[in-house]
Design a protein around this ligand. Structure first.
Ligand SMILES: [Zn+2]
Length: 142
C-alpha cells in the first residue's frame, strides 16, 4: 500500500484536482497491472460513464510531468501506465501471452549504474524491458 494516494501526491505537487482526475487517479491506482489509455478509460468509466479519452490523456500527461506515473513502452505500440513508487522494478514481457512479469535484481541495478559511470554519466533514470517466451514452450499462467 502506498503511504499517500496518487491523488494526495498530485494535489501536494500542485496539480489541479478535478472530479474527472479523481476518478482517473483512483482507476490507475486500483490497477494491479499496466493499463494502456483505453483500458484505463474503460475502468474509470465504471465510476464516471461520461469521462472522455481526452481527459484521460490530459490527466496522464499531468501526472507524468509531476513524475507520479511511469509510462512504459512494451513494444506493442501502446503506451502503458503505472503509478510510480519507490520500489523500482523492471519488466519481462511474455511475447506469447502478453503477460507482464515484474522483477527486481540488485545485481542488474548495480550494473546499470556501472555502465552509466563507465560512459561518463551519473544515472538519473532507467527503464528496461525484456521480451521472451516461456522456456518450456508453454505460456505461464499468473
Ligand atoms: Zn511494473
Amino acid at each position: 500500500m502506498l503511504a499517500l494516494s496518487l491523488l494526495d501526491r498530485a494535489g501536494a505537487a500542485g496539480a489541479k484536482i478535478t472530479p474527472q482526475r479523481k476518478v482517473i487517479c483512483r482507476a490507475l491506482e486500483c490497477s494491479g497491472d499496466h493499463p494502456d489509455v483505453d483500458q484505463l478509460l474503460a475502468r474509470a468509466r465504471e465510476s464516471d460513464p461520461g469521462l472522455s479519452l481526452a481527459s484521460v490523456y490530459r490527466t496522464l500527461r499531468a501526472l507524468e510531468d509531476l513524475d507520479l506515473v511511469w509510462k512504459h513502452d512494451f513494444g506493442d505500440g501502446r503506451a502503458r501506465y503505472e503509478v510510480r513508487h519507490d520500489d523500482h522494478h523492471d519488466h519481462l514481457i511474455d511475447t506469447i501471452s502478453g503477460q507482464i512479469v515484474e522483477f527486481h535484481d540488485p545485481e542488474l541495478e548495480a550494473l546499470k549504474k556501472r555502465i552509466a559511470a563507465r560512459l561518463g554519466y551519473r544515472l538519473e533514470g532507467h527503464s528496461l524491458a525484456l521480451f521472451g517466451r516461456p522456456a518450456d514452450g508453454e505460456s505461464q499462467t499468473p
